[in-house]
Design a protein around this ligand. Structure first.
Ligand code: ACO
Ligand code: HSE
Length: 302
């Protein structure tokens, strides 16, 4: 939340130069407060796990947050029960006339497919177009980020020689950007994907900024300059055990997935991994909800 101080206080200028969020009294007296409405398009097969992972971080705010879950009508879910979806999820038709302050589009295990071969691609494109007009800021995760970069900016993806799988060190490239406000210069974050985005095309698009990247894993966070679209290519929201679960799942199925890098203590899968990215993930979600959603969304939509 911003600090409120008198307009003339000398510290105001110093703090503004450091990019600390300072609100003068005039704006503060005009600011109205209401709960935020956040929509989550959950494309992950194990939806209940993802719900808990995201809600854990969205719940860390002094502002009330109303959550709605969105499902696709053009895809029948194999791994989540119809009962759960009917009970807790809405369809695009249910919400298309509404406005949301923020939206999250999750990852999905479809990255090896061409976008057009994903059976819900057309519906997802309609939802992404709708989000441009009806949502203040949309946060896209992993394949959701690849889909947004392709759909909105024509940035393609390509298959990596080996799965990008582990906990990698990232550098903050734009420390004054609100999304990474308060981040350490370097921080850890998980990746779990077989594909990567076309970096040359990404840097050619003036509207996009890279906020954080890793020498090994590439771009982690990119954002449009107006903050309407945030793309996170990794899985910041994953629990401590998630990469280990994916590793064991693949091994049990005879898939030759390598050990997640920099993950198990001593690279020993029998040892319990530490959660070393939780605080930065928490900060990123708080920053997103505060600066890109709450401070930017209209009090009353037209
Ligand atoms: C790059 C990223 O975004 S990473 C995020 C994805 N990672 C994860 O979801 C990790 C957890 N997932 C898993 O462990 C596995 O997907 C499992 C165990 C749940 C299921 O694996 P499998 O049995 O091999 O595959 P299955 O045939 O059930 O399909 C898995 C999912 O792929 C997706 N999928 C596969 N083919 C298609 C297709 N043509 N179009 C759209 N979605 C597809 C679906 O989401 C499907 O799950 P759903 O029907 O429940 O939504
Ligand atoms: N995180 C994913 C990658 C698949 O797209 C998994 O291993 O399940």
């Amino acid at each position: 939340m911003p600090i409120r101080i008198p307009e003339q206080l000398p510290a105001k200028e110093i703090l503004e130069q450091e990019n600390i969020f300072v609100m003068d009294e005039e704006r503060a007296t005009k600011q109205e407060i209401r709960p935020l409405n956040i929509l989550i398009l959950n494309l992950m097969p194990e939806k209940e796990k993802t719900e808990a992972q995201l809600l854990r971080f969205l719940g860390n705010t002094p502002i009330q947050v109303n959550i709605s879950f969105l499902r696709l009508s053009t895809h029948e879910s194999k791994n989540t029960s119809k009962f759960h979806l009917d009970q807790f999820y809405k369809s695009f038709d249910d919400i298309r006339t509404k406005r949301f302050d923020g939206m999250i589009i999750t990852g999905a295990p479809v990255e090896k497919l061409k976008f057009s071969d994903v059976n819900y691609w057309e519906e997802l494109q309609s939802i992404m177009d709708w989000s441009s007009k009806n949502v203040t800021s949309t946060l896209h995760i992993c394949w959701g980020a690849q889909a947004a970069l392709y759909h909105h900016y024509g940035i393609g993806k390509y298959e990596l020689p080996e799965k990008c799988f582990g906990i990698y060190r990232h550098e903050v490239l734009e420390p004054k950007e609100n999304l990474v406000r308060g981040f350490d210069d370097y921080f850890m974050a998980p990746h779990s994907r077989y594909t990567d985005i076309d970096y040359q095309k990404l840097i050619s698009i003036a509207e996009l900024k890279i906020l954080a990247q890793s020498d090994q894993a590439g771009v982690l966070i990119a954002a449009s300059s107006d903050g309407k679209r945030i793309m996170v290519t990794g899985h910041f929201e994953y629990d401590a055990e998630t990469l280990g679960d994916e590793y064991r799942r693949d091994r049990e199925r005879g898939v030759d997935t390598q050990l997640p890098e920099n993950y198990f203590p001593d690279d020993d899968p029998s040892k319990v991994p530490l959660h070393r990215w939780k605080s930065h993930c928490s900060l990123m979600f708080s920053n997103w909800l505060n600066y890109y959603v709450y401070q930017s969304t209209p009090y009353e939509w037209d």
